[in-house]
Design a protein around this ligand. Structure first.
Ligand SMILES: *Cc1c(COP(=O)(O)O)cnc(C)c1O
Length: 391
């Protein structure tokens, strides 16, 4: 059965039913599954028939999660992974070979940046970073060895937006695989595959879980690519645990209502503080002052749950501000029901050089606010008080 609407699909699509007629999906804590006969075992291993073999390959809970997220993203099939980084790594490692080149956005999650600059060069896979502000020149960065374009939109933490339609056309014109890390938007706000992305990756740890409980990742896309990814993941082993898959599949059922509230709160907070005398700049994709506001409106349903605040007074004041917060949590995660503040320059993006950070707008006074599901007035009050006390 298929359903027309995102919300219904997220709630009703389920692949994990047992024969116990349970209403809520059970957790299949089983490392392996049994065969009726030696012949059935042979058929499953040779993929003549489909079925559960071993939880490193597939498990009813991971299949459930894949079905729900594929319906949401409009992708054909997918693979679950132990963390978001396993998904970023797997999407590249499975589809690239020695000598290949990746054209990547300079604005990437810190660890994805580390993969490209410090891990893949060991195997002869090179990269070039393109600046989002010069995206019209990216075609010139493509070499005969380029195989893949890897981007994040909105980016973490700079909230830069890449035109998915434009970049998919560029990728197709040059026969390149376009991979989009859709972690910040979630499939509820943006579906990169609908604009032409070949692979969509997720850190499910963030908004998909939404309550800071588990790690998880997903690699989704056309079967012709996912078959190779699945082979790579099955035999290298960064599998998602059935328990985490169960948590994440349950979370998918509430993604739409949670994202509506995250985004509603975020827009109100961004509007409230946009003219604050304590701030250099408030960045939020659905604020008219965002440099790519129209593009954000074109490809996103709402502006997302993340805002950046650049505090006047640089690093020292940003630290004082963080220390003065009474409710908002200081932690490195995001996409939680609890509002979170992070100072990227000294934490998640500290491995980048100061120059690299400046090029992607991660200034020392910038803090990343992941807007939670508390009442918006309480979040505003906490920020306002901390700004005053940090003066
Ligand atoms: C957190 C994050 C990741 C990594 O995900 P983990 O689940 O922490 O491994 C990748 N990309 C983006 C944009 C992220 O925010």
């Amino acid at each position: 059965m298929t359903y027309k609407h995102f919300e219904t699909q997220a709630v009703r699509i389920a692949e994990s039913a047992s024969n116990q007629r349970e209403h809520s999906a059970p957790i299949y804590l089983s490392s392996s599954f049994t065969f009726e006969s030696a012949e059935e075992a042979r058929q499953m291993f040779s993929e003549e028939i489909q079925g559960n073999i071993y939880s490193r390959y597939a498990n009813p809970n991971t299949s459930d999660l894949i079905a729900k997220v594929c319906a949401a993203e409009g992708t054909e099939t997918g693979v679950t992974t132990a963390s978001g980084m396993a998904a970023m790594f797997g999407s590249m490692a499975a589809l690239l070979s020695q000598g290949d080149h990746v054209l990547a956005s300079r604005s990437l999650f810190g660890s994805t940046h580390q993969l490209l600059t410090r891990v893949f060069p060991k195997w002869g896979i090179s990269h070039t970073y393109g600046d989002i502000s010069e995206i019209n020149n990216w075609e010139r960065l493509i070499t005969p060895k380029t195989r893949m374009i890897f981007i994040e939109t909105p980016s973490n933490p700079g909230l830069e937006i890449i035109d998915l339609e434009f970049i998919a056309k560029l990728a197709n014109a040059h026969n390149l695989i376009l991979v989009v890390d859709n972690c910040f938007a979630t499939p509820y706000l943006q579906q990169p595959a609908k604009w032409g992305a070949h692979i969509v990756t997720h850190s499910a740890t963030k908004f998909i879980d939404g309550q800071g409980r588990v790690l998880g990742g997903l690699i989704l896309g056309e079967k012709k690519y996912i078959d190779d990814v699945q082979f790579f993941m099955r035999h290298t082993g960064p599998s998602l645990s059935p328990f985490n898959a169960w948590v994440l599949a349950k979370s998918m059922e509430t993604l739409a209502v949670r994202m509506d509230r995250h985004c509603e709160n975020a827009l109100k907070i961004a509007e409230y503080f946009q003219d604050s005398v304590d701030l250099e700049f408030v960045k939020y994709p659905f604020l008219a002052s965002h440099p790519q506001y129209h593009l954000a409106k074109k490809q996103m349903k709402h502006g997302g749950g993340i805002i950046t605040l650049t505090i006047k007074g640089g690093l020292e004041r940003a630290k004082r501000f963080i220390d003065e917060l009474q409710m908002i949590t200081v932690t490195a995660n995001l996409g939680d029901s609890r509002s979170i503040i992070t100072h990227p320059a000294s934490t998640t993006h500290s491995k980048l050089s100061e120059e690299e950070r400046e090029r992607v707008g991660i200034l020392n006074g910038l803090v990343r606010l992941s807007v939670g599901l508390e009442h918006v007035d309480d979040i505003v009050m906490d920020i306002e008080r901390a700004l005053e006390r940090s003066r």
